[in-house]
Design a protein around this ligand. Sequence first.
Ligand code: 13P
Length: 269
Amino acid sequence: MVKEKHDMELRPNPRTGRYRLISANWKMNFNHLEAIQATQKLSFVLRPADYSYTEISIHPPFTDLRPLQLLIDSDRMRFSLGAQNCHFEPHGAFTGEVSAPMLSRLNVTYVIVGHSERRQHFFETDDIVRAKVEAVFHSQMTPIICVGETFDERQRGETERILQTQVDSAVSFLSPELAERCVVAYEPVWAIGRGASANPDDAQQGAATVRSVFESRWGKAVASKVRIQYGGSVNPANAADFMQLDDVDGLLVGTAALDPESFARIIQA
Ligand code: 13P
């Protein structure tokens, strides 16, 4: 059984029936004291109604997970705890790595898998991403599977093929019950951390391609349950444009999520 942490008051999007999910990927920022401060500030600036429309997950560095777990639990904050990565083995001689069961014990709900920065700087292949998806589900958590084309791949007209390959490789082995629980983040690599997002048409097209992979393997019923996020230079001014798209159910936010006030404005958009 995958842990379901949907807030009782959380309402699905009436248009799609899917729960919206907006996630803060802090990347390698904030020590544990800064993480506590940022989370307290976010909780302070959000209004109760903000939690009714969107599930909010916070993905800090590993060293911040335990303090944030305690903070969220003790103050009954309505945030889901997320991680940015995990190893695919449950334990063993893998110096410096953190496993999915360790994260699960910290009440982590979502684990980002296959972020483009990990594919690029840490040489994560589609096979490794697939193994991590399996490990995350095995520990009753939900993967946020990141996919996206580079600038050169887009220039060469390969966007659709790249997305299909990355998604299919990451999920093809799943049962329909697990497939429909996946979260996929479409993050065009060229739009990450640059202040220039994709335009909404491109984001919709990428998200629709992701959904079509699920549809061709498992049919419409499964595909219509998969949640898809857009990521890449999301900010308070453009967030609403992405959230209105047919196939986009949420956002994966980097830079703008480091400022609790701007992240709150994204949630409220
Ligand atoms: P930015 O929001 O800084 O572009 O980062 C996006 C991202 O990589 C989230 O995972």
